[in-house]
Design a protein. Structure first.
Ligand SMILES: Cc1cc2nc3c(=O)[nH]c(=O)nc-3n(C[C@H](O)[C@H](O)[C@H](O)COP(=O)(O)O)c2cc1C
Length: 291
């Protein structure tokens, strides 16, 4: 009997499975074997994973003050796509949220994993996203209300394969739909979210060594101000976000990318983390003109 390509591929994958299980350790820089079964973290996770783990004693618990109905304070919406609250990405989110609140702004955080946001644009609402036909799906309508209330939208995600990770990207695809975020006019597309600004906070494994945005790479040669590899990554990300901002009619306020995460077992972890937090706060002060 002839077997379909899919059946053959699936059978091959099943045979290869034990080998594949060992692969992440081989490529990730993790030091010793982690528990590869299920989602439970091994007790000595700091030592075994290549993901960032902020030690418990240094983790911040930040409660957003929320958007009020009236008042003049600017409103910052954080759209966060990161399943691990002990990550450096979440530490950056908490640092930024607290900083904005300290400066008198209002903050809302949409924790996409926690609210179970479905990032997949299904056939049933494809034409809503593409053309603005029909009512927004209920979950999208809720998010659109929150986005409408915000002055700033800060997209926060770890770098997974050089783009906003799936849950964050799905939020963009479903929530920023046509007739909500942009529309056709006789002169072409018009962004509808004018007077808003967007910003990105992304932690990364390796994008050429640096922290910040274009021009903030660590020089690799004498005479360099930044470094060309870092700058090429940053320019690529900036180009894409500039384009998206143009589409939606918002201002692209910039990006804070970090690929100098303290090693989980660094003796001076606390100092390095504090430096990272300070660098982020300085970037926010600059890009949002905070006083
Ligand atoms: C599925 C996956 C894909 C990744 N792809 C990249 C990548 O393309 N570039 C990169 O710099 N880091 C990549 N990383 C590494 C993460 O960005 C890195 O672990 C980062 O420190 C995560 O930040 P966090 O620890 O704050 O979550 C990837 C991680 C995962 C889990």
């Amino acid at each position: 009997m002839r077997k379909s390509v899919c059946a053959l591929v699936c059978a091959a994958a099943a045979l290869a499975a034990p080998a594949l299980q060992a692969a992440p350790e081989a490529v990730s820089g993790a030091t010793v074997k982690a528990n590869l079964q299920g989602g439970a973290m091994p007790e000595n996770v700091d030592a075994v994973t290549s993901a960032s783990v902020v030690p418990e004693t240094l983790r911040q618990k930040v409660v957003p003050n929320g958007f009020t109905r009236d008042g003049n304070a600017k409103r910052v919406l954080f759209v966060v796509g990161d399943p691990r609250h002990e990550s450096v990405e979440w530490d950056l989110v908490n640092t930024a949220a607290k900083h904005f609140m300290d400066k008198g702004l209002e903050v809302e955080i949409r924790d996409l994993y926690k609210i179970g946001f479905n990032p997949v644009l299904p056939l049933e609402s494809f034409f809503h996203a593409k053309d603005g036909f029909g009512p927004a799906p209920k979950d999208v309508a809720v998010e659109q209300l929150i986005v409408s209330a915000a002055d700033y939208i800060v997209f926060c995600y770890p770098n997974w394969h050089d783009s906003p990770n799936a849950i964050t990207k799905g939020y963009m695809e479903r929530v920023f739909s046509k007739q909500f975020a942009y529309r056709d006019t006789e002169k072409g597309l018009e962004g509808l979210l004018k007077d808003k600004g967007i910003f990105v906070i992304m932690n990364a494994g390796w994008v050429g060594m640096g922290r910040g945005s274009v021009g903030d790479g660590i020089p690799q040669k004498a005479g360099e101000k930044s470094n060309p590899i870092w700058d090429s990554y940053m320019t690529a990300y900036k180009t894409v976000w500039d384009d998206t901002a143009g589409f939606w009619g918002v201002k692209n306020l910039g990006q804070f990318v970090n690929d100098r995460t303290p090693g989980n077992l660094d003796a001076d972890y606390a100092e390095k983390l504090q430096k990272l937090r300070n660098d982020l706060k300085a970037s926010l002060d600059r890009n949002f003109h905070l006083k």
